[in-house]
Design a protein around this ligand. Structure first.
Ligand SMILES: [Zn+2]
Length: 210
């Protein structure tokens, strides 16, 4: 099977993300760059629970299908990011609960905890773009290009998108963002959480070398 290694690696990440509830049913999608300027991406409409390596689609950088089943309907967003944001090797896009909750508000997510810090917080909410459209790619590309430190963006009334220099890293960014958002949400129920001060940020950066 062509692109076997990429498909295997992607399936492994899919299974990890499914296990921790980042992706559910067939919502959300994950991709990675493959050999010959191709992209391996999760398919359209196949439930993650049943997905096999041969179900992974291979598309070119314009989103045309090269191998495998029909790719995710959100392929245009993934390929736009690969074409325009060179630091991206892999993408993890989720409809995870807390990503969706905050994506329905128009407020940036402040730098509240280390989990959000490693995602490049404050995290912006992108302007509205219907899922699956070229515009969804344009709005995310604009933000990623203007914020080189940023690896996670909330997609308005939709979910979140995380980029990384490997499948593991894109998955970890999405996971960290979801954890950071969940704890921020819960602390807002109990009181008024305060973002890190400039001094605290410098202190953490020094300790972690970030
Ligand atoms: Zn989506």
């Amino acid at each position: 099977m062509p692109y076997q290694e990429e498909r295997k690696q992607l399936l492994k990440t899919v299974q990890q993300a499914y296990k921790v509830d980042l992706i559910r049913m067939s919502a959300g999608n994950i991709s990675t760059r493959a050999a010959n300027d191709m992209v391996a991406i999760t398919p359209s409409g196949i439930k993650y629970r049943y997905m096999k390596a041969e179900d992974i689609s291979i598309v070119d950088l314009e989103g045309n299908l090269v191998e495998g089943p029909k790719p995710s309907s959100e392929t245009p967003m993934h390929t736009a990011i690969y074409r325009n944001v060179p630091r991206t090797e892999s993408i993890c896009h989720t409809h995870s609960i807390y990503g969706m909750v905050f994506a329905m508000l128009e407020e940036d997510i402040p730098l509240m905890n280390v989990e959000l810090m490693v995602c490049g917080a404050p995290l912006p909410v992108a302007p509205w773009a219907a899922p699956g459209t070229a515009k969804a790619g344009e709005v995310t590309v604009d933000i990623f290009l203007s914020r080189p430190e940023l690896s996670v963006i909330l997609l308005r009334q939709h979910g979140l998108v995380a980029i990384g220099n490997s499948l593991d890293q894109a998955y970890e960014k999405a996971y960290n963002a979801e954890t950071g958002l969940e704890t921020y949400y819960k602390s807002r129920l109990l009181g008024t959480p305060q973002p890190f001060t400039r001094d605290q940020i410098n202190e953490i950066k020094e300790v972690y070398g970030i």
